[in-house]
Every structure is written in C-alpha cells, then in structure tokens.
Design a protein around this ligand. Structure first.
Ligand SMILES: CC(C)(COP(=O)(O)OP(=O)(O)OC[C@H]1O[C@@H](n2cnc3c(N)ncnc32)[C@H](O)[C@@H]1OP(=O)(O)O)[C@@H](O)C(=O)NCCC(=O)NCCS
Length: 197
C-alpha cells in the first residue's frame, strides 16, 4: 500500500503566496456554493485559511471569515438568530474536500485548526439541513444548531445556522483523523500519516 503524506496547515491570508490564494479560491469555486464575484478579496481579508494537502496536492480547504454586516443581517433575519459581531466575530466556511479525499474524517482536523486559532470562541456557521456529516463535525467543534432552518438565498435548499458561544466548551477532535490518534501538531500545521486514498 502506498504511504501518503497528509498535511494540514492554517495561516493568515497575508502570509500566503498569490499561488496559495489562487489555489484556495479555485477549490472553493469547485465546491459551487459561493458567489464568485469578489471571492478573492473576501479570502484575502479572512482571519485565517486552512489547506489540506496529500503528497503536496491540494485536497481540501476551509476558512475563518470576517462576515460582512449584510451577510450577518441576512442570516440573522432568515434564521431568527441574532448574530452580533461582538459575540460572533467569525464565520467558519469555505469548507470543501475533494470527493477523492472524503470519508476519512479529515473535515474535523481541517476545521479545528481554524477554530483553535480563533482569538475568541464566538463563531457561527451555516450548513445544508441534510449535510449530516458536516453537522457531526460542527458539533465536535462546539458549534450547535440555533434558530429555524431557512431557504438559502443562493438556491432551492434549506440551511441551518450553528453557533459556538463564548461560554461554550470547545469540542475535542476524536477518531482516526483526530489529534489523539495521528496528528502531530506543529505550530499552525498538522501532519497526518495515513495510507492511500
Ligand atoms: C462536508 C465535507 C467537508 C465533509 O468531509 P467528509 O470527508 O465528507 O467527511 P468526514 O470524513 O470528515 O466525516 C465527518 C463526519 O461525518 C460523518 N459522515 C460522513 N459522510 C456522511 C454521510 N453521508 N452521512 C452521515 N454522516 C456522514 C462521518 O462519519 C464523520 O462523523 P464521525 O467522525 O462522528 O463518524 C465534504 O463532504 C465536502 O467537501 N462536501 C461538499 C462541500 C460541503 O458540503 N461543505 C460544507 C459546507 S458547511
């Protein structure tokens, strides 16, 4: 069986090269869930972005965003959950793993590197109501469902808001892809040793 070198890194966009930003944006666009217009600017102004690589190839991305007031107000109005910027300054999003790398419990370490780096625990996220896998990962990160499900302004599907309050304990990664079993945390990076995809 071929040995694969899996690595997760997270850094401020200002510390990323133009190629890294372009790769990040390309993978987010491949996910097909976001508005392309202005995406690169939003990525560049994010708090932190994370990269999952296998043998050097980009397999997945996630970001800790600074959501605009307009976006915050829209979700608040649709879900009925007030999203005050002082309570929830960050939004966890742009989470996308290529289909060939899915089902290996990599979404948790990918996102947890961002969550752990947040200067405040207050974070929100949204996910499709039927995205059970993502709901499991969010709950392990301490993000719990809040408010009513609502129709996405971007499509004909339902979304659910998730919140992690400042007072809420942080979720601990568990399972094969977890820190306890395989990760060796080195600063803002994680090396995961595993075997072929
Ligand atoms: C969402 C996404 C990042 C999750 O990554 P993944 O590799 O598929 O999922 P993981 O292997 O990390 O599994 C995460 C959890 O979901 C569970 N899971 C995975 N697929 C599932 C499914 N189809 N149904 C129910 N649970 C599922 C896993 O068992 C795991 O939970 P556990 O550790 O408690 O057992 C990935 O599927 C993806 O990129 N999807 C398209 C974009 C997207 O939906 N992004 C999220 C926007 S909020």
């Amino acid at each position: 069986m071929k040995t694969e070198n899996l690595q997760i890194t997270a850094k401020a966009p200002t510390a990323c090269s133009d190629v890294e930003i372009a790769d990040f944006v390309a993978l987010v666009l491949a996910g097909g869930e976001v508005t392309p217009h202005g995406l690169e600017g939003r990525v560049r102004s994010a708090e932190r972005i994370a990269f999952l690589r296998g043998n050097g190839s980009l397999l997945g991305v996630a970001g800790l965003k600074h959501p605009s007031q307009k976006h915050r107000n829209e979700i608040a109005a649709l879900s009925g959950v007030p999203l005050r910027s002082n309570e929830f300054p960050f939004e966890l999003g742009w989470i996308f793993i290529l289909p060939i790398a899915r089902g290996r419990r990599l979404s948790l370490p990918l996102c947890s590197l961002l969550i752990e780096a947040a200067v405040t625990p207050g974070v929100f996220a949204t996910a499709r109501t039927e995205n059970d896998g993502m709901h499991r990962t969010l709950s392990k990160l301490g993000l719990l469902p809040a408010g009513a499900a609502y129709k996405s302004p971007q499509g004909n599907h339902q979304l659910q808001a998730f919140l992690r309050h400042a007072a809420q304990p942080r979720g601990k990664p568990k399972g094969p892809g977890s820190r306890e079993s395989k990760e060796q945390i080195k600063g803002a990076g994680v090396d995961l040793n595993s075997h072929g995809l």
